[in-house]
Design a protein around this ligand. Structure first.
Ligand SMILES: Nc1ncnc2c1ncn2[C@@H]1O[C@H](COP(=O)(O)OP(=O)(O)OP(=O)(O)O)[C@@H](O)[C@H]1O
Length: 254
């Protein structure tokens, strides 16, 4: 498991304990500035906590080398800098340089649905296409690793995707998690994507973990209204009770 134990980071994260388990999709939600990217950075070992610990199993991440970490976890950050002169094929190959397995690279390409983009230069891609290429690179890094515990940490992987692409990608991520026993943490702003695709949800507010648990338990209307400061309608499909959605309502007239 990837674990945070009473982790704090300056004024951004306050005493957060959380576990990411193999094979699960954990959605990390919360308002702008709540600390989601900061928490992802702690869990990935890119930032060290001021207090508390980040661990892979029993081992503090600070004791693991960059190469060791790279075999266990791949990170898709919100703002990823990639030299845009590279082709898509070259960018994805960067993900597999640790192991050089061509077959897992091909699998990553197929899973992220970027087959048609391989010879294009990154600088010529749309925002959504770029996002899928960077996901393919992260998958190529992880799928070629022979480690038994692997984690994918995604900061807003669907931010630039249209509704169909976003839903399709989350569905695909869920399948990858189950099939390959990869634990996925995905920061999502679209509550309904979390509702539909996450096994568990962690809700962050001003650096504090307000709730973490099974999706339906955490994503209750009143709790979300309080944290996000909006009124919400909860819609339930006539024929499929498990198909729910939250829609913002206009504020009360004063
Ligand atoms: N490098 C930094 N130095 C100082 N403060 C930072 C830094 N990065 C983030 N912050 C601040 O920490 C808080 C949490 O930021 P973070 O990016 O983790 O939130 P977030 O929940 O991911 O936000 P968003 O939904 O807007 O992407 C914010 O107030 C932000 O301004």
């Amino acid at each position: 498991m990837l674990v945070l134990e009473h982790a704090s980071l300056r004024d951004r994260i306050e005493d957060v304990s959380l576990q990411l388990r193999p094979g699960e999709v954990l959605a990390l939600i919360g308002p702008n500035g709540a600390g989601k990217s900061s928490l992802l950075s702690l869990l990935s070992g890119l930032t060290m906590p001021d207090r508390g610990q980040a661990l892979l199993g029993d081992t503090p991440l600070r004791h693991l080398s960059a190469g060791h970490l790279a075999r266990h976890r791949a990170v898709l950050e919100q703002r990823t800098e990639v030299a845009t002169g590279f082709t898509v094929r070259e960018v994805i190959a960067m993900g597999s340089y640790l192991h050089g397995h061509a077959n897992t690279t091909a699998l990553a390409v197929a899973l992220a649905r970027v087959e048609g983009l391989l010879e294009r230069r990154l600088s010529t891609l749309s925002g959504g296409e770029t996002q899928r290429v960077l996901l393919a690179r992260a998958l190529a890094q992880l799928l070629g690793s022979t480690e038994s515990e692997r984690y994918l940490l995604l900061d807003e992987p669907t931010a630039a995707l249209d509704i169909g692409m976003a839903d399709g990608l989350m569905l695909q991520i869920g399948r990858i998690a189950k099939q390959h026993r990869i634990g996925v943490l995905a920061v999502v702003h679209d509550l309904n994507l979390g509702l539909r695709h996450a096994d568990r949800v962690a809700l962050l507010d001003r650096g504090h973990l307000v709730a973490c648990g099974p999706t339906a338990e955490v994503m209750q209307r009143s709790r979300l209204e309080e944290v996000y400061g909006v009124r919400l309608a909860e819609l339930i499909h006539d024929e499929h009770e498990d198909l729910r959605a939250f829609v913002p309502l206009p504020p009360h007239e004063s």
